[in-house]
Design a protein around this ligand. Structure first.
Ligand code: 5MM
Length: 340
């Protein structure tokens, strides 16, 4: 039985105007990659120290409404013993949890991937709720080429996303549905638009089939951008126009919020593009951010595992969070990058 009252209040807290979501749910291999790049070993203690740094940033709750955590973080504490989910909640930030268990090749579909994690999900969600999680996230990824993703991959991932979302709502947890059309490759922006449209149409078809309440979920899509290796990069005007065109064609107005992933855009690009999206005509959904790398890259660079750099790292996080919050209102200016 869906606990719609609770789900409404969680949604309300997550989509507050001028706020977005911090994605800090890197799995073991991903956080190890990020740490290696700054010369830090990925140990449980270093991960605890880093994620404590993020969540204890003074004033973060002014710009960040929710944080997506990895399972390990949900059970970790700050040096003084305060559980990290409780620390987030004390900052006015709703704790969430990544519940997919990663992706792998889709059988008999070379180049396509499928996300795993449905087995035992109800019991896992019940345990996560006890640890303070109020929303969840599941990410499906789509590789792009002239022939990818296949229909099989589009349908299989949509089905999993919808089954995940239905299970979350049954357990009183708000689902974030994340279909990521990858930026890797040399495809054009038009190809990205065509793939994103087909993916989103299928995702919403599956959500309807599984009776997911659209009012009680958030969508976390990629923006419509050309592949990283494409000859012509797209400016913010093009990104905003193309992204909105696809979203208007595919996302029902009942969805309260669309929180974009940054997907390999630089921190400034991700802010500029979000701002451009919010400067277009009024939309039925709130358009904000759920960035991982675009919020955290400058933080990792400032921190580099040095205890005496914690304040500088927190200042870097607060700055990106503030600028993205302004972008979510269409009030950002690149000149703001020059002040602290
Ligand atoms: C933060 O990274 C998340 C977990 O990724 P892995 O499962 O690969 O470890 C990821 O799902 C993230 O939430 C989204 O991709 C958004 O992050 P970006 O960096 O694209 O904004």
């Amino acid at each position: 039985m869906t606990q719609s009252h609770d789900l409404s209040s969680i949604i309300e807290a997550l989509v507050r105007p001028g706020k977005g979501i911090l994605a800090a749910d890197e799995s073991g291999p991903t956080i190890a990659k990020r740490f290696t790049a700054i010369g830090v070993e990925s140990t449980p203690e270093n991960r605890r120290a880093y994620r404590s740094l993020l969540l204890s940033t003074p004033g973060l709750g002014e710009f960040v409404s929710g944080v997506i955590l990895y399972e390990e973080t949900l059970g970790q504490c700050k040096e003084d013993g305060e559980p990290l989910p409780a620390l987030a909640a004390r900052q006015g930030i709703v704790p969430g949890i990544k519940v997919d268990t990663g992706k792998g090749p889709l059988a008999l579909a070379p180049g396509d991937e499928i996300t795993q994690g449905l087995d035992g999900l109800p019991a896992r969600l019940q345990a996560y709720v006890k640890l303070g999680a109020r929303f969840a996230k599941w990410r499906a990824v789509y590789n792009v080429s002239d022939s990818l993703p296949s229909r099989a991959a589009i349908e299989a991932n949509a089905e999993s996303l919808a089954r995940y979302a239905a299970i979350c709502q049954t357990e009183g947890v708000v689902p974030i549905v994340e279909p990521e059309v990858l930026i890797d490759g040399d495809h054009s922006q038009a190809r990205c638009a065509a793939v994103t449209q087909e993916v989103l149409l299928e995702v919403f078809r599956a959500l309807h089939r599984h009776r997911v309440a659209l009012e009680h979920m958030l969508l976390k899509p990629s923006m419509v951008v050309p592949g990283k290796a494409h000859v012509r990069p797209a400016g913010p005007g093009d990104v905003a126009d193309e992204t909105l065109r696809v979203l208007r064609r595919t996302v029902p107005a009942a969805v309260p919020g669309i929180v974009f992933l940054s997907g390999g855009q630089s921190p400034v690009e991700a802010t500029v593009n979000l701002d451009a999206l919010n400067r277009l005509a009024l939309q039925p959904w709130r358009l904000s951010f759920s960035y991982g790398r675009a919020l955290q890259d400058p933080v990792l660079q400032a921190w580099r595992g040095q205890p005496d750099q914690v304040q500088a790292a927190q200042a870097a996080l607060l700055k990106r969070a503030r600028l993205n919050a302004l972008a979510s209102l269409g009030c950002y200016d690149t000149a703001m990058e020059n002040s602290p």
